[in-house]
Design a protein around this ligand. Sequence first.
Ligand code: ADP
Ligand code: ADP
Length: 238
Amino acid sequence: AAIITVKNLHKSYNDYHLFKGISLDVKKGEVVAIIGPSGSGKSTFLRCINGLENFQKGEVIVDGIRLNSNNRLNPSKEDMEVIRKIRLKVGMVFQQFNLFPHMTVLENIIEAPVKVLSINRSIAIENALTLLRRINLENKADSFPEDLSGGEQQRVAIVRSLAMKPEVMLFDEPTSSLDPEMVGEVLYVIKDLVGRGMTTLIVTHLMQFAHEIADRVVVLDKGDIIETGLPDEIFINP
Ligand code: ADP
Ligand code: ADP
């Protein structure tokens, strides 16, 4: 059964009709790499899945939560509730790390679990420390983001997302703003997460990495899914 269903998705920006009815099903535990040229709609596609973008037609269903086309245009109370629910299912990591600069690493991680999920503070701290141990950054719990390298900040951004216990993780070019020597440590964390069975969609330009971790590769071009297949089928010359 699919945990993510995108059906007949239409998305326009002003007068630019980007998606003209694309569809995709993702199974629980599946890892899908989304590749394609710049401007093909990869980022918009991910943003439609967690309710960051409105769309004009079609539907997005994540773990039974159905986001309809008009959820973001003049959202009603019910629409806001659907967006809230879908965000609880979907964790997202961006190119920029987006940590709160005035909070420590630990505070960054426990903020949403305490405020949004109403998890007891001491339990949230325990969970956060467990996550930090997993990425070898327990010693940075009381540091501020500016004292961390880019790679460290992105690793924290990933576990901050995981602290909300999402069903699905979306990665939008998670290594694109990193210095080359820091790419490996972030890929390592993503690989570890995938190894734990997390349903994952990742937009990346790193073809070798996509080949390595993806169960399936989706190729976007000008807002259209032009190809989808096994990594070995898509990357004929890796
Ligand atoms: P990709 O992630 O593949 O580089 P994007 O999803 O960022 O592609 O963008 C797809 C297309 O939509 C591009 O042509 C881009 O110019 C356009 N686009 C993206 N965001 C906006 C926006 N906020 N307003 C208008 N056009 C946009
Ligand atoms: P691979 O076998 O995929 O090349 P490595 O074990 O060589 O992975 O690690 C890749 C990078 O990740 C190295 O720079 C390593 O220091 C770093 N790394 C190792 N363990 C962790 C961890 N738990 N969290 C984050 N980065 C790690």
